[in-house]
Each structure stands twice: as structure tokens, then as C-alpha cells.
Design a protein around this ligand. Structure first.
Ligand code: ZN
Length: 151
């Protein structure tokens, strides 16, 4: 699908060096609507919604918020650690929202999968269904993420 003017603006903000050093699209050449659409198909196949995934990420982040130095073990197998950095990041979709620079690392000790996300990743997944472009530093493959969060 041909991107709209609004999408082109968003994609512009997602370029390296505009809002973040490395940007959000990696080396993905698909238009934004296709990136989102392709990941939506995967979510659908796995029977999860973007809101459900974001909510689970938020609750694990919350659980680790106060004990970031050593991490927290949730439900006996989800090892979560959150580090908060100085600074805040705006949403590239042009929202008024500004997100704390917090990086959460989750290891599912049951299947050995480790995933890393930021406060902004959680927002972009929940509100926009955007898991970032292929090759982006914080790209989250929906299938891997779902296995880490729910297995
Ligand atoms: Zn947003």
C-alpha cells in the first residue's frame, strides 16, 4: 500500500539521527503500513492482540521497576531487569506523549529466550502495533516476544 502523507512524516521521524541515534526502521525497506500489517498477521495467527502484549510487558516492567540492580524473578521463571537512564523520548508517530528512557531485559528461564524493550517500545506496540523495522536495534519479532512473555 502506498504510504499516506502522515505516514511519510512518521517514517521521516523514524530515520536515524532524527529522534534517536539509530532510528526505528533498521534496514527495512517496507513502507510503515506494511511493517505493521505483517506483524499484525503474526499476532493474529498466535491469537494475541497488540494491547495484550503491551499490557504484559508493562506489568513485567512494573514488577522490576524497584529492584533494577539485581532483577526480579516473576512467577518463578520470568527474570526481569529494568534500567532507567536520564532523558526522555518522544513517540515518532507524532503523539504528545514523552517516554522515559527505561530499558527492560526479560529472560524466560523456561525456554531461554531473552528480549529487550524500552518504555517507548511498549507504547508503540500497544498504541500503534509497531514492533520496529527489521534490523532496528529494538526490533521485537512478535513470535519471539510472545514466547518470552507468555510461554
Ligand atoms: Zn504514539
Amino acid at each position: 500500500m502506498k504510504p499516506t502523507g502522515k505516514e511519510l512524516k512518521t517514517m521521516q521521524r523514524m530515520q536515524p539521527g532524527v529522534q534517536t541515534l539509530s532510528g526505528f526502521l533498521g534496514d527495512d525497506t517496507r513502507p510503515l503500513n506494511e511493517i505493521i500489517q505483517d506483524d499484525a498477521i503474526v499476532l493474529d495467527r498466535l491469537g494475541r492482540t497488540q494491547q495484550e502484549v503491551a499490557k504484559r510487558m508493562e506489568s513485567l516492567t512494573q514488577a522490576s521497576w524497584d529492584s533494577y540492580l539485581e532483577g526480579t524473578l516473576v512467577d518463578g521463571k520470568y527474570l526481569v531487569q529494568t534500567e532507567v537512564y536520564r532523558g526522555r523520548m518522544p513517540c515518532p508517530f507524532g503523539h504528545p506523549g514523552i517516554y522515559r528512557k527505561a530499558v527492560t531485559t526479560l529472560t524466560n528461564q523456561g525456554n531461554g529466550i531473552t528480549v529487550v524493550w524500552t518504555s517507548l517500545s511498549m507504547h508503540m506496540i500497544g498504541a500503534h502495533g509497531f514492533f520496529e523495522g527489521r534490523g532496528s536495534a529494538y526490533r521485537l519479532e512478535p513470535e519471539t516476544l510472545i514466547k518470552a512473555l507468555f510461554d
